[in-house]
Design a protein around this ligand. Structure first.
Ligand SMILES: [Zn+2]
Length: 174
């Protein structure tokens, strides 16, 4: 299913639907650039290859901080705690979900009811791969800024969060 076919209001309270115009893939207008996010979900090998630089940055940040990692084989995602790069509820960089408010064990053993969260973060990993490790953080930053201006939250009108699933990403206050 292409993301454009999804009703962006599904995750919104009625007032947020007034922000509908904000739901545009920021690179959709660039001629000839088609982010291959869907194929990066299905092809895990390509995804990890494309994400090597970002994954290395994330892993290094965990190593330096003395954090700990585990691995979710079902998602092809490393789950690490202790990285200074982790923001708010957690941040995915390359193929690494850097947890913040919950421990890696709570994520991996499902204590934190984390199956939906892991699929959300795996979609972010595919976004990293599909847009390119250099371009993606810039685009995400632009969307986060736009979203903050519109809603006061970096995620509520952020196309990448919408694409990864608002409910799954626990944006319940949007
Ligand atoms: Zn997210």
């Amino acid at each position: 299913m292409s993301s454009g076919a999804v009703d962006p209001c599904r995750a919104f309270n009625s007032t947020r639907c007034e922000k509908k115009d904000a739901w545009v893939n920021p690179v959709a207008q660039i001629k000839g650039f088609v982010p291959k996010v869907d194929s990066m979900v299905s092809n895990r090998f390509l995804r990890s290859l494309a994400n090597l630089p970002a994954t290395a940055v994330a892993a290094t940040s965990v190593l330096i901080a003395g954090g700990k990692c585990g691995y979710s084989p079902g998602h092809g995602l490393f789950v690490c705690e202790g990285s200074p790069l982790a923001q708010q509820g957690g941040t995915t960089v390359g193929d690494v979900f850097l947890t913040n408010e919950i421990s890696k064990d709570e994520v991996l053993d499902g204590t934190a009811n984390s199956e939906a969260l892991l699929s959300h973060e795996t979609r972010h990993a595919a976004q990293w791969a599909g847009h390119g490790n250099l371009l993606y953080p810039i685009l995400y930053g632009v969307e986060a800024l736009k979203s903050t201006v519109l809603t006061g939250s970096y995620g509520c009108a952020n196309w990448f969060e919408f694409d990864a699933g608002m409910q799954e990403g626990r944006y319940s206050s949007c």
